[in-house]
Every structure is written in C-alpha cells, then in structure tokens.
Design a protein around this ligand. Structure first.
Ligand SMILES: Nc1ncnc2c1ncn2[C@@H]1O[C@H](COP(=O)(O)OP(=O)(O)OP(=O)(O)O)[C@@H](O)[C@H]1O
Ligand SMILES: [Mg+2]
Length: 269
C-alpha cells in the first residue's frame, strides 16, 4: 500500500494548469495530510489517485506500479474513498453502507455503522436500517453522510484510504465523533487525508502544504510551525476563529445564566 506521486502535472482545461509537478510519497501504513487554500488542487490529487482522470505528466504509483497499468477494478478495490461530498443512493441506509462490501452480513454492516459513530443515530430512526435515504428519502446532514461513507469504507477495509474532509463547518461534538471514526479506520492503513481542520493533521507523519498547484511547504506539524510560513499562518487564523467561537459561546452561556439567576431571584422575592 505505498503510494507515490512522481512529478505529477495535470489540468482539466489545457489553458489552466492545476497541478504543476507534485511529488510525495506515503510509505505503507503511514499518514500524509494535504492542506492548503481552497482551489489549490487538493481534491484533484484524490481524483487522480482514484483515476477519475489520468495525469498529463509524471506518474502515480502504488507499490511501485503505475496505476495506469492495473485494472480500474483492482485499483478501486484497493482504495477506500471518503469524498468531500458523499452521494448516497436512493435506497435504504443499510444498502448504502453495504455498498462497501456487497454481501456483507447484517452483523458486520451494523458493526461498521457503530465504529463510524452513526449506529445510534440510525437505530433512533423509525425504520432503522431500512430507512430510505437520498433524494426521495431521508435527507442526511453533511456530517451524517460522511459517517455513512466512513462506515462503507470500514466494511470495505481497503489497504489505502483517501479522506477528503468536508469543508462545511461541523459542530465540535460531531467533529470529534467523526475524528474518532477516522482515527479508527485509518489505523494501520496507508492514509492520505485532505484536511480543512488543522486539528486533524497534527498527528500526520508528513504534512504537505499545497498552494496554487505546487507544494509550498512540507514537514511535520512542529517543523512547519517553526517555519512561520503559510502553514503557521493558517494555523494561527484557525485558532483565532476557534477562540472567537468559544468567546461567543461563553457569552451566550453567560446570558442564559443571567436569565436563570434573575428568574430565581424573582422567585425568591
Ligand atoms: N471538473 C473540473 N473542471 C474544470 N476545473 C475544475 C474541475 N474540478 C476542479 N476544477 C478546478 O481546479 C482547481 C482545483 O480544484 P480542487 O477541487 O482540487 O481544489 P481543492 O484544493 O480541493 O479546494 P477546496 O479546499 O475548496 O476543496 C479549482 O480552481 C477548480 O475550479
Ligand atoms: Mg476539495
């Protein structure tokens, strides 16, 4: 499960280069995180690994073999993809999870849902695992859909994982649940995680900072923080946002407390 991008060049449209010579390696069982501004080309990297598109220069290799030399089926069988926006089938939630391994037992399917932190949610639905989802059924939130995709991937148990974190803001509780699910599924697997939350990347073996289709910085979290470059400034900005959120929450709680205190005081009087 070793993944290598070797001097990869790619554009969707010949007039606009998206990836301009990307090289990195993910040793088997290790985790590489890709971060960078919106539009930098992060999701494009995941699409090339899954061969939705072919590179125009350079190579993508798995265990030293060019992915153009293996069948689509064996390539996609080896990779578990949790995309930014999971599309669900207009079918039951059980079918949507089982899609990871058609023919998986009911027990395995439920176990995967539990591990992905979506089990209790499904069990509370009136029709449970038989609930219809998708356009003509239950509408799941972004976080719920992503957990269904994680359950699917747990069931598939592929040697390589490609996770593209949702861009949408998740509440911190859901975020922690998803984080726990992702940690579980990535243990011992070659993992590439495209991260929008810097909290995800701290433990990565290597972090790649992509900017405008090129690798601007690379290293561990500690190394990149010492550089005071793009990564460090992204981190500072995110910390400021988190702190502002926290202040807002505390202020709101303070207000609520004030109301309770006033009410109690008037009760006493
Ligand atoms: N199918 C497509 N056809 C043409 N251009 C595309 C296509 N998909 C993406 N692009 C362009 O390629 C660039 C890189 O897109 P990509 O999805 O890789 O960005 P990203 O780094 O994942 O951004 P984000 O953080 O917002 O998800 C963007 O400018 C986008 O407009
Ligand atoms: Mg993206």
């Amino acid at each position: 499960g070793r993944v290598e991008f070797r001097d990869v060049h790619f554009s969707y449209d010949p007039n606009r280069k998206i990836l301009k010579g990307i090289s990195f390696e993910v040793p088997a069982g290790k985790t590489v995180a890709i971060v960078g501004p919106s539009g930098a080309g992060k999701s494009t990297i995941s699409r090339l690994l899954f061969r939705f598109y072919d590179v125009q220069g350079g190579q993508v290799l798995i265990d030293g073999q060019d992915i153009r030399d293996v069948t689509q089926e064996s390539l996609r069988g080896a990779i578990g993809m949790v995309p930014q926006d999971t599309v669900l089938f207009n079918d039951t939630i059980a079918y949507n999870i089982r899609y990871g391994r058609i023919g998986a037992s009911e027990e395995d399917m439920r176990k995967a849902a539990e591990l992905a932190q979506i089990g209790p949610f499904i069990e509370r639905l009136p029709d449970g695992y038989k609930s219809m989802v998708g356009e003509r059924g239950l509408k799941l939130s972004g976080g719920e859909k992503q957990r269904v995709a994680i359950a699917r991937t747990i069931l598939k148990a592929p040697p390589i994982l490609m996770l593209d974190e949702a861009t949408s803001a998740l509440d911190s509780h859901t975020e922690q649940e998803i984080q726990a699910a992702l940690d579980l599924v990535s243990r011992g697997r070659t993992t590439i995680v495209i991260a929008h939350r810097l909290s995800t990347v701290i433990t990565a073996d290597e972090i790649i900072v992509l900017q405008d289709g090129q690798i601007a910085e690379r290293g561990t979290h500690a190394e990149l923080m010492r550089k005071h470059g793009l990564y460090a400034s992204m981190w500072d900005r995110q910390r400021e946002a988190t702190e502002a959120e926290e202040r807002l929450r505390l202020a709101r709680e303070g207000d609520e407390l004030g109301v309770i205190v006033r009410r109690r005081t008037s009760e006493v009087n």
